[in-house]
Write a protein that binds this ligand. Structure first.
Ligand code: T1G
Length: 681
């Protein structure tokens, strides 16, 4: 017995090493010691003829303990353990349930046989941590599935269902659901005394790729855009190439180790490993314990029927939750339903969904024209026009219609939730659920906690967001909550800089080179310059472009002109408008500004606003702000988000950069910098 391991010998001399180390049997030192002890015990026991490695709880080993990578390795390291296991001259069976991921799958690949229940999934998701499978996965997986398939699996990091893994040869046999241990022991009995296969000895699946460097060049070229800014994909490709080019397995392992070490030391991996935990931290609310009771949400009402409410309705339908969709007119309702149906049918055409799944979702929608249809709903989400009076009117009517325990949620993106709640007699049941468009795709939901929102309602909203497959970030009430508020600074500074003579293209390119998919002006042209709520008090370039009927990509161009294929080009018209506004406002040219200075000019103010969001207690923690920026605005995850990125730069430098722009740094930023401290450590 060890802390987390039990070792029993079943009839026929089958030694079972069973690990139970919640929550996911991560291969941290405690688990490694338990496996090490069990395997040594059975290796030395002549009565034991074969070994089964199995886990309790919800999953087989779900990978290395990610938190350990920030500290020096402790023996037995993963490699020491794996070398021990591979040297045992008795057949070893890995019995898989749940998710065998990363080092978990690599451990299974060290074993001689792999058996899994049909509901299990296996994968090598290290790429999402800025790493590569560093315990032999880059050398063993290609030996099973071939180079091209191995590249796809390691670059996507996506888990593979056991039935598919069986097809690919990653696992050898499927067990009965609920009968994994019995079936694994039975399998072990059948292989006693037989030569135990080792993945490392196989060449048949990698030999065909040997001497074909074009495989890797083509793969990198095809994915260049997706890999931009990330280090791990390139090293994964090199490691897989080594699996094909270097016949000697141990030499291939040495190459993998080199490439892994490079990634482990990279700032990108530090950022992505930080983000892994940051995304899971958002659900933890200091004054609302995990044990807080939540309300069952079985039926939902969605009001609005516009672009947002269709996506919101789909988020619930995708989670199997019935939706009553209420619109003000039959025409609007029919249009909303048609958009939802069309999106699902497109998914089915692309093979992302079966027709049966589409039908199941559509069967969960109840269209209605009257709020009275929401009388029994457990939760009602309002997504009408972004005007306080309109929302208050809807909430007052809902208060009269909805059953007493129902939760009333607003999808408002920046209005005062407390003002909306004041239109009801149940402010404790009012919460914000701020989805990001397209709501059925974007994973961020800002859960807005009003002054009087009850703990039960907050806990319910946070749990519901996770049930929808979203990442909830809790926000207090303020204009723009977290993501829109802090990223609004990027837009404001971009507007300032373009009036100082830089072109939209220079600014966008610097921001894209930093890692954003697109820059602020490309984004404004895409979203449309006539966005409601952009009502600026003073004369702006966007305002003048709209007056010139230039609404962006959708009409006549905006900051850019667009050719027939939609390619953006510098716009002489926009340049003239920019110069006119700058002249009218007496704004002097800034002269030469480097890409690095552009990034500082646009993104230090985002960090500064994040510090204000923290000091105002709008956000609970700095890492929540990073999650909101990454999921809401595609802030490049390999920088960790604005707050982590600022820590890596050094807060003193950020304070100085803001001062150079005559921007008043937030008190918390100045104090934290003065203490030589950081936001996220
Ligand atoms: N290390 C440490 N903690 C982990 C962990 C891990 N690998 N996986 C999960 N946790 C914690 C998580 O922080 C949370 O903690 C709790 O477990 C539940 O997680 C050498 C280099 C397995 C699919 O990348 O994908 O092996 O918040 O909320 O939604 O080649 O966890 O409760 O305190 O996500 O049911 C590779 C990462 C590692 C898998 C379960 N493995 N984990 O999802 O629960 S690197 C991974 C997941 C590696 C080797 C390489 C998911 C899950 P808390 P959860 P879930």
């Amino acid at each position: 017995m060890s802390e987390v391991g039990t070792y029993t010998v079943e009839d026929g001399g089958i030694g079972v090493v069973a690990i139970d180390h919640p929550p996911v049997n991560a291969l941290g030192i405690v688990t490694r010691r338990a496996i090490d002890a069990g395997c040594r015990k059975f290796a030395d026991d002549d009565a034991v003829k074969a070994i089964v490695l199995i886990c309790g709880g919800r999953t087989f080993i779900a990978g290395a303990d990610i938190a350990e990578f920030d500290h020096p390795p402790i023996a037995p390291t993963i490699h020491q353990l794996f070398d021990l296991i591979e040297a045992i001259d008795k057949p070893i069976v890995a019995a898989i349930h749940g998710t065998a991921l990363g080092a978990g799958l690599e451990l299974a690949l060290i074993c001689n046989y792999r058996i899994a229940v049909p509901s299990a999934r296996v994968g090598l998701p290290e790429v999402s941590l800025g790493l590569l499978p560093g315990a032999g996965g880059t050398q063993r997986l290609p030996r099973i599935v071939g180079v091209e398939r191995a590249l796809e699996l390691m670059i996507s990091g996506a888990p593979v269902p056991a039935t598919k893994a069986l097809e690919l040869g990653i696992i050898d046999v499927l067990a009965e659901e609920g009968g994994l241990r019995e079936d694994a022991v039975a399998l072990a009995r059948t292989v006693i005394g037989k030569p135990a296969p080792r993945v490392r000895d196989r060449q048949d699946m990698v030999a065909p790729a040997r001497g074909h460097p074009e495989i890797y060049a083509d793969f990198l070229q095809k994915n260049a855009r997706a890999f931009r800014g990330f280090k791990a994909p390139g090293n994964i490709v090199k490691a897989v190439e080594a699996a094909a080019e270097i016949e000697d397995f141990d030499a291939g392992m040495a190459r993998e180790a080199e490439l892994f070490a490079e990634l482990l030391a990279s700032p990108e991996s530090a950022a992505q490993r930080y983000y892994f935990f940051a995304e899971r931290e958002t659900a933890k609310i200091p004054d609302i314990p995990r044990s807080t009771p939540t309300v069952a949400i079985d039926t939902v009402g969605v009001i609005g029927g516009g672009a947002m409410s269709g996506g919101i309705a789909m988020s619930f339908l995708d989670a199997g939750i019935a939706v009553t969709l209420v619109e003000a007119s039959r025409e609007a309702l029919d249009r909303g339903l048609a958009v939802i149906r069309e999106k699902y049918q497109n998914s089915a055409q692309k093979g992302r969904m079966t027709p049966a799944q589409v039908d199941r979702r559509l069967a969960l929608i109840t269209p209605a024209l009257d709020l009275a249809a929401l009388a029994e709903a457990d939760l009602i989400v309002e997504a009408v026009v972004e005007e306080e009076s309109a929302k208050k009117e809807v909430f007052a009517r809902l208060d009269a219609v909805a059953r007493p325990g129902a939760i009333l949620a607003s999808n408002t993106s920046f209005l005062d939730l407390d003002a909306i709640a004041s239109a009801t007699g149940r402010p404790d049941r009012v919460v914000g659920l701020h989805f990001f468009p397209p709501a059925n795709v974007m994973r961020l939901v800002e859960v807005v906690r009003g002054a009087r929102t009850s703990a039960e309602v907050v806990a319910t909203a946070m749990a519901l967001a996770k049930k929808l497959g979203k990442v909830p970030v809790l926000s207090r009430v303020c204009a723009g909550f977290i993501a829109n508020r802090i990223m609004g600074e990027r837009g404001r500074q971009a507007d300032r800089l373009v009036l100082q003579g830089l072109t939209p293209h220079e600014i966008d390119r610097a921001i894209q080179d930093f890692g954003f998919a697109m820059g602020p002006f490309q984004m404004m042209d895409l979203v449309g310059l006539d966005v409601p709520g952009r009502g600026d008090t003073e004369r702006t370039v966007a305002g003048d472009l709209v007056k010139a009927d230039r609404l962006g990509q959708k009409r006549n161009g905006g900051y850019y002109d667009y050719d027939d294929q939609g390619a953006a080009m510098p716009s002489p018209v926009a340049a003239r408008i920019i110069a006119d506004v700058a002249r009218a406002r007496g704004i002097a040219a800034a002269g030469q500004v480097s890409s690095e200075q552009i990034v500082a000019r646009l993104l230090y103010p985002v960090v500064n606003e994040g510090a204000k969001v923290l000091e105002e207690h709008v956000a609970i923690r700095a890492s929540d702000i990073d999650v909101a920026a990454i999921l809401g605005y595609n802030w490049p995850v390999f920088t960790g988000g604005p707050m982590f990125w600022a820590d890596m730069i050094g807060l003193r430098k950020v304070v100085d950069g803001l001062a150079a722009q005559d921007i008043e740094p937030a008190k918390l930023l100045v104090d934290t910098a003065a203490r030589g401290a950081a936001f996220t450590r």
